[in-house]
Ligand binder design. Structure first.
Ligand SMILES: Nc1ncnc2c1ncn2[C@@H]1O[C@H](COP(=O)(O)OC(=O)[C@@H](N)Cc2c[nH]c3ccccc23)[C@@H](O)[C@H]1O
Length: 332
């Protein structure tokens, strides 16, 4: 499967955003955005990649569209072993983190995947259901989602979702919208230790990944140790200078400035000094989110309530789609 990604400059018509958004091929500016859906695994605190590649655009999209859903995908997280007590806590921690980042349950449905997935007919997760990309397709199609804001690492999964929707439609008639990915200009935030790899929660090198709740000292240390090259000048050349270009891209994204402006302002600065400047900008960006997470985590009842209400709303939306699918397939 190949992916062609087109940057749509006229997307501002309905998505007035600081970063250019890009949509996978087939996107037409006149398309109505009907339902936005995305998900995140509740495994650990979100990092800069999750934030800039996904969560920040989720916050914006909930202000711009009527039907927006975000799922804490606990079923996906058990594809690797999880301690039940830690998983339960991680689900609440992720809820606190998403709320602190600006996800507003009045504007979007924030819910827990396992509590909304099976609607009325409880089937206890079969191997098929838990096969990762198929489960992801079920997440998206269950709500007839049209647009899915994700980072680049999800594009391949999205292609499978598109294929499944198309083959269902071919067999049973036009039913599922073929969902399109929405990618931000920060679709692949790189590891601070290896700019050829993406920043990832599971990176064994603790210096590679900056989490939203890292202390200012940790953030400074991680940026100070970020891998760059032997040229001390700050430039944006992603193909030949991956390390420093990743820093420039992060700097631009957290300050909201264009890349060219960030580079212009750093003229005459060497990369060692520049790393500290980027660290400061990230600390500043995350400080209010970090303190909001701490506040929210003290109110477990509130977090549980948000998920209960969200999961009930998601179930309601899923039920008629499930019924229709069963009719089309011939089960009902
Ligand atoms: N370094 C990075 N740079 C830019 N973006 C990044 C980076 N790392 C992560 N992301 C994005 O963060 C979101 C959540 O990541 P997860 O790994 O939990 O994301 C995952 O594991 C999904 N399979 C969860 C899922 C389950 N069902 C879904 C349905 C729709 C969309 C997503 C889902 C994702 O958008 C991911 O692309």
């Amino acid at each position: 499967m190949t992916t062609r990604t087109t940057v749509i400059f006229c997307s501002w018509e309905f998505l007035p955003v600081p970063h250019y958004l890009s949509f996978q091929t087939g996107y037409d500016c006149k398309d109505a955005v009907k339902r936005i859906f995305s998900g995140i695994q509740p495994t650990g605190i979100p990092h800069l990649g999750n934030y800039l590649g996904a969560i920040e655009s989720w916050v914006r999209l909930q202000d711009e569209h009527d039907s927006v859903m975000y799922s804490i995908v606990d079923l996906h997280s058990i594809t690797v072993p999880q301690d039940p007590a830690i998983l339960r806590q991680s689900i609440l921690d992720m809820t606190a983190a998403l709320l602190a980042c600006g996800i507003n349950p009045e504007k979007s449905i924030l819910f827990q995947q396992s509590q909304a997935k099976t609607a009325k007919e409880k089937q206890n997760g079969t191997a098929g259901l838990l096969t990762y990309p198929v489960l992801q397709a079920a997440d998206i199609l269950l709500y007839k989602s049209t647009h899915v804001p994700v980072g680049e690492d999800q594009v391949q999964h999205m292609e499978l979702v598109q294929d499944l929707a198309q083959s269902f439609n071919k067999k049973y008639g036009e039913f599922f919208p073929v969902p399109k990915s929405i990618l931000t200009s920060m679709k692949k935030v790189k590891s601070l230790r290896d700019p050829s790899a993406k920043m990832s929660k599971s990176d064994p090198d603790k210096l590679a990944t900056v989490r939203i709740t890292d202390s200012p000292e940790e953030i400074v240390q991680k940026f100070r140790k970020a891998m760059t090259d032997f040229t001390s000048e700050v430039t944006y050349e992603p193909a030949s200078r991956g390390g420093v270009s990743n820093l420039v891209a992060i700097h631009a994204a957290v300050t909201g400035l264009p890349v060219e402006e960030v580079v212009r302002r750093s003229a005459g600065m060497d990369t060692a000094r520049y790393k500290l400047l980027v660290a400061d900008a990230v600390i500043e960006k995350f400080a209010p989110i970090k303190s909001e997470i701490e506040k929210l985590k003290m109110n477990k009842d509130h977090l549980e309530k948000v998920l209960q209400v969200g999961s009930a709303k998601a179930k309601e939306l899923a039920y008629p789609v499930c019924q229709e699918v069963m009719k089309l397939v011939g089960f009902l």
